[in-house]
Design a protein. Structure first.
Lengths: 380, 115
């Protein structure tokens, strides 16, 4: 792909959700589907024009302006005059959207998607689709469910929104604090999606992780920030500090044991550590425990130094407040390093017998690794 | 990421030793809460309600252990087995003749619904 194509691809990943959010805020009678179509068409137009005419000086501004014009044309066609009057009152100067403005719009969209009228899981799915432009199959993998289940959920959520209109408030503080825990979950999953990429997708993955960190930082700096916000930020920072060290020069994954720990970013770990300390509260969330686990890894001078007993303790606590097969699988791995092979095996086998969870790819992989480790002759 | 890097500036210059001098103290509160058993909000969990909860959404996460813990396997996403084989073929260890990679499809997930 040429330079222009690459540039458009990066902008598409980065700005898709933000542009939808921006035009939905400006033109309230637009449906979410029309907004999506308009943004798609705009990128198609960029892909046609930019290679010939060159990339505009302010590409984001060009994209926004084109989306806005398309919205106005569509509304004219549909006689939605109220919106048009509103659009005219917005002066040209005020329409200079900064990078900060784009991000702000994205957070607003995220909060709007976390609409308590739809189920918590559907809120997360909707947000992953419209805030971060995640593919349906990738959303399905995050939950360990079938693709069709996510499609159905998206369909129902859109129907619901159509009938009641997704209200995008102009001010994110209008949204109740009660939406915060789902907002955190969405940010966590955006981060996870980016973090698990490898090979050619590493730089794209890093962008998603940074996106998640920036969204959460906006929350962090707002009056909405609570102890969970801080713990989530700490968790993401502990992990981003190790982002590059997880790959060799060819983008292949390097196991924790063989990572060069001098490539871990000490100052990010330090910042994460400070935030985790600040997040102290009378109770804790799964993010606190996951951050604590990541911290134990980060502070170990070498793999052999790792305090696996502490990690196991945190996993046990995590399973009590957040029982999850994904957590159990990871707990089982930690147990193996804590010389509790039997217990680890029992947990893995229990999950394997469970008709709901025995198809999780990560479970199959962990069991095969386990068997190979206890009996190297066994192969896989 | 820039705005996060800005925070680092505010923290001043510390050496590694200073940075982690308070580590033994660190997470004491987490440990103390775990010990006291007081960290669970509200009523104790019912065994029956395992994996089913109104507010909690079961999902994968950036857990370190299973993904980076034990060497030996890599999961790659590919359109089909031929593409997967081509990706494995490109592995530098394979190219240098230092490794052989087995490519196997992972069973599709079905029957899971925890909405």
């Amino acid at each position: 792909m040429n330079e222009t194509g690459k540039r458009i691809e990066v902008l598409y990943k980065d700005k898709f959700g933000q542009l939808i959010s921006l035009i939905l805020q400006r033109f309230r009678s637009l449906s979410i589907e029309s907004a999506e179509d308009i943004v798609q068409e705009t990128f198609a137009e960029a892909a046609m024009r930019w290679p010939e005419q060159g990339i505009p000086e302010n590409p984001s501004g060009w994209l926004y302006q084109t989306c806005k014009n398309k919205s106005i044309n569509l509304l004219k066609k549909n006689y939605k005059t109220e919106d048009l009057l509103f659009a005219k009152t917005v002066s040209v100067a005020a329409e200079e959207i900064s990078e900060h403005g784009f991000k702000d719009a994205q957070l607003l969209m995220l909060m709007a998607c976390c609409n308590p009228d739809i189920t918590p899981k559907a809120q997360v799915v909707l947000a992953l689709k419209y805030v971060s432009n995640l593919k349906v199959e990738n959303i399905a993998l995050q939950f360990g469910v079938e693709l069709e289940a996510i499609e159905k959920m998206l369909y129902r959520a859109r129907q619901k929104i159509k009938s009641e209109a997704l209200i995008l408030s102009a001010n994110r503080y209008d949204y109740s604090r009660s939406r915060l825990s789902i907002v955190h979950k969405v940010i966590y999953l955006i981060f996870n999606e980016g973090y698990k990429q490898s090979g050619e997708k590493i730089s794209q993955g890093k962008m998603m992780c940074e996106d998640a960190l920036t969204l959460n930082k906006f929350l962090f700096d707002s009056p909405l920030c609570n102890s969970e916000t801080k713990a989530l930020q700490a968790l993401m920072l502990f992990n981003i500090a190790r982002f590059e060290a997880r790959f060799d020069a060819h983008g292949n994954a390097i196991e924790l044991e063989y990572q060069d720990r001098s490539f871990w970013d000490g100052s990010l770990i330090q910042l994460a550590h400070q935030l985790l300390t600040e997040s102290e509260d009378s109770t804790f969330s799964p993010y606190h425990l996951e951050a604590a686990i990541a911290f134990v890894h980060c502070k170990a001078q070498s793999f052999e130094d790792t305090d696996w007993a502490a990690i196991c303790r945190y996993y046990e606590a995590l399973l009590k407040i957040y029982p999850s097969p994904f957590v159990e699988i990871n707990y089982a791995v930690a147990l193996q390093y804590n010389h509790q092979d039997e217990k680890a095996f029992r947990i893995l086998m229990d999950l394997h017998r469970n008709p709901y969870f025995n198809k999780l790819p990560i479970l199959e992989m962990t069991i095969r690794k386990y068997l190979k480790r206890v009996n190297p002759e066994n192969g896989a | 990421m820039l705005i996060i890097r800005e925070d680092l500036g505010k923290m001043g210059k510390m050496t590694d030793e200073e940075r982690f001098s308070n580590i033994p103290m660190m997470l004491k509160w987490v440990d103390s809460l775990i010990e006291s058993g007081n960290y669970i909000k509200g009523e104790p969990l019912l065994i029956k309600g395992r994996y089913v909860s109104k507010d909690q959404i079961l999902s994968d996460g950036p857990f370190i252990e299973a993904r980076e813990g034990i060497s030996g396997y890599e999961i790659i996403q590919a359109e089909n087995i031929e593409q997967a084989a081509a990706i494995a073929q490109a592995c530098p260890l394979v190219q240098k003749g230092l490794a052989v990679r087995e490519v196997r499809p992972i069973a599709t997930i079905y029957g899971v619904s925890n909405e």
